[in-house]
Design a protein around this ligand. Structure first.
Ligand SMILES: *Cc1c(COP(=O)(O)O)cnc(C)c1O
Length: 388
C-alpha cells in the first residue's frame, strides 16, 4: 500500500470546477493586483482569526517580515523566539538587522516555553527604564511565538511576560490557522500582529505562495497596508520604506473558495489524529512511540501529526521502503544552523529543542486518508519495533 505524506489532488478534484470558474473570472476582469477577491479574503480571514483587519501578502515569510518592519524592528534590536521552528521565523528577524534570541521549548507541545523566556529575561537581560536589553546592548522589542504543528503556544503566559516588559508580540501562526486555546481564543487573536501562510501544505493552501497579516489595532493595520506597497501613500510619495509584499488576486480568489471548506478539512485531520492515537495505544508500543500531546480543551488543527520515536532515522527508512511517506520537521534547531553561527551558540544550549530535532517524525495526516491507510501506517511502525 502507498500512503503519501500529503496528496493535494483529492482536495482539489471536487472543487476543480468552482476554482477554475473563479480563476476565469479574474482572467476576464484582468484585475490582478489588490482586487475584490483580496478584499473579500482579508475580511473573511480576519474574522476567522477573531481579528479586525487582514492584510494579504505574498507568503507567510513576507507576513513575518512585514510584521517586524511594521513594529519598527531593525538594527540594534532583538526578538525572542523558539529555536525549534521553520527557518523563516528567525530568518526574518535576522533580515531586519535584528538579533534572534532563542529560548527553549516546552517538550510536551514543542512550543516556546514561557518559563524559559522568563528565566532568560531574569538571568540574561538588563532593564533600563521601561526597556529591556541584552548583555550585548541590543534592545529587546518583541516576542515571536510559533504555534507549531497546529497547536497554540501558551499565549496568556507569554502575553503577561510581554506586558510586564513592554514587548510587542508577533504570532507565527503559519501552521495554526483556526487553532484555539482552552479559552476559545484563536491563533493570532492575542498578539499585536498574527501571521498566516497559505503555502500549499498548510491547512489552507493556495496554488503557490501567499500569506496574510492580521491585527486589531487600526494604526498597525494601516502601516501594514502601506508597507505592503513600498511604503507609498499616496502612491509614489514615500514617508516609509516598504516592499512589494502583495498577495495575488488569483491566489485570493482560489483561497476564498477553499476557505469554505477549511473547518471540514481540519476536522478530517482531527479525526485521523484520533484514529492514530487509538491505534497506537492498541498496538501497545510502550515508550517506543510517543503520540502528540493535545492540550485539554485546545483545538489542535494538526497541520502535522508528530510522533517522537526511538531510532527515528532507521524507522523512517523502514517507512519509505514500505510505501509510507514521512518527514522531519525540523532536523536542525535554528541555533545550530550554519548561518546563525555568528550568534555564538553550540550544542547543549537548548537541549529540549535538540532532543526534539532527533526524535520527531511527521506521519501522513491529510484529511482524505482512509482508515485502511492510517492502520497500515501504524502496522508498519509496529512491525519495525517488534523486529527487536
Ligand atoms: C510555512 C511556515 C512559514 C513560512 O511560510 P511561507 O508561506 O512558506 O513563506 C513560517 N513559519 C512557519 C512556522 C511555517 O511553518
Amino acid at each position: 500500500m502507498q500512503v503519501p505524506l500529503l496528496d493535494l489532488k483529492p482536495q482539489y478534484e471536487p472543487l476543480a470546477e468552482r476554482i477554475q470558474a473563479v480563476i476565469a473570472k479574474v482572467c476576464a476582469s484582468q484585475h490582478f493586483i489588490l482586487g475584490p477577491a483580496v478584499k473579500e479574503l482579508e475580511g473573511a480571514l480576519a474574522a476567522y482569526c477573531q481579528c479586525r483587519f487582514g492584510i494579504g501578502v505574498s507568503s507567510g515569510t513576507d507576513a513575518l517580515l512585514l510584521a517586524l518592519m511594521t513594529l519598527g524592528i531593525g538594527a540594534d534590536d532583538a526578538v525572542i523566539t523558539s529555536p525549534f521552528t521553520f527557518f523563516a521565523t528567525a530568518g526574518t528577524i535576522a533580515r531586519t538587522g535584528a538579533t534572534p534570541l532563542f529560548c527553549d521549548i516546552d517538550p510536551a507541545t514543542f512550543n516556546l516555553s514561557p518559563a524559559a523566556v522568563q528565566t532568560f529575561i531574569d538571568q540574561k537581560c538588563q532593564r533600563r527604564g521601561d526597556a529591556l536589553y541584552t548583555t550585548r546592548g541590543e534592545q529587546i522589542k518583541a516576542i515571536m511565538p510559533v504555534h507549531l504543528y497546529g497547536q497554540m503556544a501558551d499565549m496568556p503566559a507569554l502575553m503577561k511576560i510581554a506586558q510586564e516588559n513592554n514587548l510587542r508580540v508577533i504570532e507565527d501562526a503559519a501552521q495554526a490557522i483556526g487553532s484555539e486555546d482552552g479559552q476559545g481564543r484563536r491563533a493570532c487573536s492575542y498578539g499585536d500582529i498574527g501571521c498566516l501562510s497559505f503555502f500549499p501544505t498548510k491547512n489552507l493552501g493556495a496554488f503557490g505562495d501567499a500569506g496574510m497579516c492580521v491585527a486589531n489595532d487600526p494604526a498597525l493595520a494601516e502601516k501594514l497596508d502601506v508597507l505592503r506597497v513600498h511604503g507609498g501613500k499616496p502612491k509614489y510619495f514615500h514617508s516609509l520604506i516598504g516592499g512589494n509584499f502583495r498577495i495575488d488576486e488569483l491566489q485570493a480568489a482560489i483561497l476564498n473558495v477553499k476557505l469554505e471548506h477549511l473547518d471540514e478539512w481540519s476536522a478530517g485531520r482531527q479525526r485521523n489524529a484520533a484514529y492514530y492515537d487509538a491505534a497506537f495505544a492498541r498496538a501497545d508500543l510502550g515508550r517506543a512511540v510517543q503520540t502528540p500531546v493535545a492540550l485539554p480543551r485546545y483545538r489542535h488543527i494538526y497541520n502535522q501529526y508528530i510522533v517522537r520515536v526511538r531510532d527515528r532515522d532507521l524507522l523512517r527508512q523502514h517507512l519509505t521502503a514500505n510505501g509510507v511517506g514521512s518527514e522531519i520537521y525540523y532536523p536542525v534547531p535554528l541555533h545550530l544552523q550554519k548561518c546563525f553561527a555568528y550568534l555564538g551558540h553550540g550544542p547543549g544550549d537548548f537541549p529540549l529543542s535538540e532532543q526534539a530535532a532527533e526524535e520527531v517524525l511527521a506521519l501522513p495526516i491529510f484529511p482524505e486518508l482512509t482508515d485502511k491507510q492510517l492502520q497500515y501506517v501504524v502496522d508498519t511502525i509496529a512491525a519495525f519495533f517488534s523486529r527487536g
